[in-house]
Design a protein around this ligand. Structure first.
Ligand SMILES: [Zn+2]
Ligand SMILES: [Zn+2]
Ligand SMILES: [Zn+2]
Length: 265
């Protein structure tokens, strides 16, 4: 079947500040290497002609312009931290184009937070032209989206929680400092893993690079992309030190993989 492919685009591979960091003049922040330029962490999944955002990062407009995204069919939210959420108003342009609400998926507490922080989005009294139109869906287990199963992966993120997502044999696991046993079972048999790997030093709320590599190794994933990177990572220099099958993600990077089976509706 010609449509049975999943395409991943790394929209943003950077930590919450983005790289370069404002006011920083370190070698990475001053670098001319495009893969050292990191917008806030987000990805685009595409299957069967549908475009699904993971998060609405602070840099969504810039990411959409760069990747030529002119359609958003759904959004999967990992959690409600600002770097993953605050591009939400940029969805307005997409809903203005179609006149249709975009289905968004998130855990209950994340939906509550979104509806509290961005109450104008959900206010019926505000003119639709001034707010994105969203159709809210609570995630409490696997669900079908455009003919594929989307499997949410509960993750520990410091003292909080986030949701990773698995579609076919690809899993996207940010922001994350530990993977609970129940989610570990859902990560077996992956072909591609995109995983939080903030920096070399440890951090309370994120995997370090070595901890993320350990996860990839334990899961025996053939291809792992490390994302949510700080300015500690100099792409060309540190790439040479990574084990086989593990690479740093970079903005605009794409990966294609076959979908095991496309359900007929
Ligand atoms: Zn983050
Ligand atoms: Zn810097
Ligand atoms: Zn976070």
């Amino acid at each position: 079947m010609t449509d049975a492919f999943l395409k991943l685009t790394i929209l943003g591979s950077g930590t919450s500040t983005g790289v370069p960091v404002l006011g920083c003049h370190c070698a990475v922040c001053s670098s001319a290497e495009p893969r050292n330029n990191r917008t806030r962490c987000s990805a685009l999944l595409e299957w069967s002609g549908h475009k699904i955002l993971i998060d609405t990062a602070t840099d969504l407009r810039q990411q959409a312009l760069r990747e030529g995204i002119e359609q958003v069919d759904s959004v999967l939210y990992t959690h409600a931290h600002a770097d993953h959420l605050h591009g939400i108003d940029d969805l307005r342009t997409f809903t203005l184009m179609t006149g249709k609400a975009i289905p968004v998926y998130a855990a209950r507490d994340v939906l509550d937070r979104i509806q509290g922080l961005f109450s104008y989005v959900f206010s019926e009294s505000d003119t639709p032209g001034y707010r994105p139109r969203l159709q809210v869906n609570e995630v409490y287990g696997p669900f079908e989206l455009f003919g594929q199963m989307v499997i949410p992966l509960p993750l520990a993120h410091g003292s909080g929680e986030s949701l990773g997502y698995r579609v076919g044999n690809l899993a996207y696991v940010v922001d994350c400092s530990a993977i609970p046993e129940s989610s570990w079972a859902l990560l077996q048999g992956l072909e591609v893993l995109v995983i939080d790997a903030l920096r070399f030093r440890e951090h309370d709320s994120h995997f370090s690079i070595s901890a993320a590599i350990e996860v990839a190794r334990a899961l025996q994933v053939p291809k792992t992309l490390l994302t949510h990177l700080t300015h500690d990572v100099d792409y060309p220099r540190h790439s040479a030190e990574l084990p086989e099958g593990v690479e740093f993600a970079y903005d605009g990077q794409t990966v294609m993989l076959p979908l095991p089976e496309l359900q007929e509706r």
